[in-house]
Design a protein around this ligand. Structure first.
Ligand SMILES: [Zn+2]
Ligand SMILES: [Zn+2]
Length: 354
């Protein structure tokens, strides 16, 4: 089968034939119909995240936003059949630990990020093997197309879990979203659908226009603002209730915390870059005085996807709104390279693998 293989960090991926996967007893093989290209792939391609222990090894197939059809089923799989249309959350779990058994499979004690570790080769390929399929495979409803599902990708489910499960958003709350890439634009759209007033923050007017289209009622261009948190606070009448760092650099993380009002909640969604390596200085005294919460959010439990699907089916959420274009497997390296300068808008989705 054809696959895009990481041979050298920051060099174009090598497109060549590799052996097609065979299913383990508890695994399935999925034929790809669509896969999103994401900033997380860019981080892997850069060679980032060695400080997290998830730097992809050379020889790895990247790609973690798949949708497709099951073509082979292992002997011990109980609930997945050949021909099922499915997606697979990037946070691959073992299905057996305490976290998995209590509905928190996204924080599995043996979690493996799809496409970032040798045992879980990714979806920039014609076929994908999924271990512990009964736990990790999510059935797609007939109304959600493969391209739409890939458009949902990790950004949408990550933002959904962050805002609908991790944060406590009530109707009319002010929510700030710092960084309007794929995760940020998804967060804007979801927060709006949950009944919040959204302030979007970015350096690009074009991305802020898109944020307005997706439901932001106010925007701040951080390159124009002397003090971004103050500008956000002024728009929200004195500090937002929930603020999301949807990028993961030091500036957006701190700006997000500083945008909060008393008893506000910061949700950290973006993972950091080589510059921070996971360490960011924060105003802890202010956080004590205002009883500010700092919340981490990772992916989404596979058991809760129906919540998203129900909102997509009734038109409250529209994942295709963040898909920018469909491309072929041969275009992946080019699209990754364009992310280096934050030139991309929305999400490119691969829909041609052969
Ligand atoms: Zn587990
Ligand atoms: Zn992703």
């Amino acid at each position: 089968m054809r696959a895009a293989v990481l041979e050298e960090y920051q060099e174009p991926l090598a497109i060549h034939d590799v052996d097609a996967p065979n299913p383990e007893a508890e695994g399935v093989v999925v034929e790809m119909e669509a896969c999103g290209i994401c900033r997380s792939d860019w981080h892997g391609w850069q060679g980032d995240w060695d400080w997290l222990g998830i730097q992809p090894p050379k020889g790895q197939i990247l790609g973690h936003e798949p949708a497709g059809t099951v073509v082979e089923v292992g002997a011990d799989v109980e609930n997945i059949r050949e021909g099922d249309r499915v997606t697979i959350p990037f946070n691959i779990g073992d299905g057996t630990c305490h976290q998995c058994r209590t509905g928190h499979g996204n924080t599995c004690e043996n979690v493996m990020p799809l496409g970032f570790a040798e045992p879980v080769q990714g979806a920039f390929a014609e076929q994908l093997h999924v271990p512990a399929a009964d736990h990790n495979v999510v059935q797609l409803p007939g109304s959600v197309s493969a391209v739409d599902m890939a458009g949902l990708g990790c950004r949408f489910m990550t933002s959904f879990h962050a805002l609908a499960h991790q944060a406590d958003i009530n109707a009319g709350d002010w929510v700030a979203v710092h960084g309007c890439g794929g995760v940020g634009l998804s967060a804007v759209h979801i927060a709006d659908a949950l009944g919040a007033n959204v302030v979007a923050v970015d350096l690009s007017d074009e991305k802020l226009d898109k944020a307005r289209e997706l439901g932001a009622v106010e925007t701040v261009n951080a390159s124009d603002a002397d003090d971004t948190p103050q500008a956000v606070q002024a728009l929200a009448g004195g500090g937002v209730d929930v603020s999301v760092d949807a990028l993961g650099i030091e500036t957006t993380c701190r700006n997000s915390v500083m945008s909060l009002g008393t008893r506000g909640q910061h949700v950290q969604v973006g993972l950091s870059t080589q510059d921070e390596q996971g360490m960011v200085a924060l105003p802890t005294d202010m956080m004590v005085m205002k009883e500010i919460e700092f919340i981490g959010s990772l992916g989404m439990p596979p058991t809760r996807y129906d919540e998203i699907f129900r909102m997509v089916e009734t038109g409250k959420l529209d994942p295709s709104a963040v898909v920018s274009e469909t491309v072929s497997l041969d275009d992946v390296s080019d699209r990754l390279a364009s992310m280096s300068n934050f030139e991309t808008m929305g999400i490119p989705v691969i829909d041609e693998f052969a």
